[in-house]
Design a protein around this ligand. Sequence first.
Ligand SMILES: C[S@@+](CC[C@H](N)C(=O)[O-])C[C@H]1O[C@@H](n2cnc3c(N)ncnc32)[C@H](O)[C@@H]1O
Length: 265
Amino acid sequence: MIKEKGSLVVVGTGIRTVGQLTGDTIARLKTSTKVFYLIADIVGEQVIKQIHPAAESLGRFYRLGRSRREAYDAMVERILGAVREGHRACCAAYGHPGVFAFPTHEAIRRARAEGYEATMLPAISAEDCLFADLNVDPATPGCQSHEATRFVLYKKPVDNTSALILWQVGMFGDATYRPDGNRGQWIHVLVERLLQHYPVDHEVTLYEAAVFINCTPRIERIPLAHLADATFTPATTLYVPPVGIGVLDEETCARLGIDLAAMAR
Ligand SMILES: C[S@@+](CC[C@H](N)C(=O)[O-])C[C@H]1O[C@@H](n2cnc3c(N)ncnc32)[C@H](O)[C@@H]1O
C-alpha cells in the first residue's frame, strides 16, 4: 500500500463559531484525518469536537509566563509532525486564521518548504465584526490596522485622518502568555503615543465582538484621557476614529473633472 502524502489546510471558525463557520470549513473539518484547533471559547471548542471528535487542542502549548513565540513554535512542530506522518491535517483557529495569527502562517510556510500541499481558507475576523458593529466603513476615511505593541515600538507613522484599529491592547507591552491579558499594565505608554496625534478628549472605542449567540458586543466609548483607567481583556480591540477627513487636493480634482461637492460628502 502506498502511503498517502500529507497535506495541510488551515481554516477559521469566525469569532462566533455558531453561525460563522462556513460550509467549506465544515467539509474540511469532516474530511481531514487529523484536526488541530486553537480556539479561545468553550462553545467553539465543542462545535469543533462535534464535527471531528478526535480533534486535538493546541492550547496546551501555552504556559503561564512563557513567551508566546515559544508556544507557537511548539504548535507548528506538532502540526508539521502530523503532515509528515501522511495525514490530511487541518488546523482550525478562531476568527480569520491568517489575521494576527503567527503559527498558522508559519505552519503553511514550513509545510510548503518541505514539499507538502498547504492552503488557507478565509473566515470572519474581529475586524470584520468591528466594521459591522461600529457601523464604520474602512473605505472612507481609510483605515490603519496595527498590533498595539508593534505600533508603539516601531514608531509607526500615524495618519490621524484615517481610522486606526489597534489589536492586542489587552496584552500591550507583554510578549508572554497570560490568559487574562496583562490588565493594561503598560497602557499609559500607548496613551502617551496616541496623545501626540489626537486631542485628549478624542473619543475612542473599546470593542469586543460577541462570541456567543444572542449576546451583545462590548462597545465602550471613552475619551482618550480615560483610556489608561479602562478594563482590558485579551479580546479587546481599540478603535480610534479619525480627527477630520484630510485636505482635499482641489487641483487634482479639477484635472480629473471630479465634482468637489461630491468628494466633500
Ligand atoms: C491573536 S489575535 C487573533 C485574531 C483573530 N485571528 C481574528 O481573525 O480576529 C487576538 C486579538 O484579536 C482581537 N480579538 C479577538 N477576539 C476578539 C473579539 N471577540 N472582539 C474584538 N476583538 C477580538 C483582539 O485585538 C485580540 O487581542
